[in-house]
Design a protein around this ligand. Structure first.
Ligand code: CTP
Ligand code: MG
Length: 235
């Protein structure tokens, strides 16, 4: 067990519009349990997180708390209501992180199946002194820049990376980045490391995992079911 107190904020308040009509995405089921339960279990099972802070969809705080405490053994949990953007949801979670916590992860509920080794790599890098850490994968598609319906250029993908979560931060770095982002008038950053970059901070990369993909569109749910079935302890 790590000595430095570590909390993980899980923004889970999005509507899941790209998944189609239905409950908020984090509460949609995958193999009989909400995506959020899978995401929190994945983080907790890594063994290096001491507290999970969930930013829940509006009106569902009590239900989310009860569901998670039943589903995940020994979980230490705080649930707050999320905001209108991902950035606002993370900020709501951050304000509920207790004062003694020194390392803060931010992990999308929608990346429900992140393997433990990715969580450990991120925490280890922050513990080794990085202020901000992101798990990444190489880009596999050829990427083109377009203007309306015409290709302008093919981008050299060798230096491009897809970025995943959990992203890890020294607590003070994440707090400064969020307050600077807020003061600058931006409210819709799609990840937290970009707020650190915007204030000139360094962001370190570690290896991500194809299994840490984000459930975004309907096909991703089918892929997630297949990943779960492929795991050794699958029912
Ligand atoms: N999120 C959040 N609060 C918001 C918007 C998003 O906590 N107001 C969370 C989502 O619940 C998700 C993560 O941020 O776990 C990544 O966002 P995304 O994949 O875009 O989820 P949604 O916003 O729910 O999906 P969509 O954009 O398709 O509506
Ligand atoms: Mg969204």
């Amino acid at each position: 067990m790590y000595v430095v107190p570590t909390a993980a904020i899980v923004p889970a308040a999005g509507r899941g519009e790209r998944l189609g009509p239905g409950a908020p995405k984090a509460l949609r089921e995958l193999a009989g349990e909400p995506l959020l339960v899978h995401a929190v279990r994945s983080l907790w099972s890594a063994g290096c997180v001491d507290l999970v802070v969930v930013a829940a969809p509006p009106g569902s705080v009590a239900a989310v708390e009860a569901t998670l405490l039943t589903a995940v053994e020994d979980l230490r949990l705080v649930v707050v209501e999320g905001g209108g953007t991902r950035q606002a949801s993370v900020a709501a979670g951050l304000s509920a992180v207790p004062g003694d916590v020194e390392i803060v992860l931010v992990h999308d509920a929608a990346r429900a199946l992140v393997p433990a080794e990715v969580v450990v790599r991120v925490v280890d890098a922050v513990r080794a002194g990085a202020g901000a850490v992101v798990p990444v994968l190489p880009v596999t598609d050829t990427i083109k820049q377009v203007d309306a319906d015409r290709v302008v250029a093919t981008v050299d993908r060798s230096s491009l990376r897809s970025v995943q979560t959990p992203q890890g931060f020294a607590r003070a770095v994440l707090e400064s980045a969020h307050s600077a982002g807020h003061s600058a008038g931006g409210h819709d950053a799609t990840d937290d490391a970009s707020l650190v970059e915007a204030m000139g901070g360094e962001v370190v990369v570690v290896e991500g995992s194809t299994e840490a993909f984000k459930v975004t569109r309907p096909l991703d749910l089918a892929l997630a079911e297949a990943v779960l079935r492929s795991r050794p302890n699958a029912p």
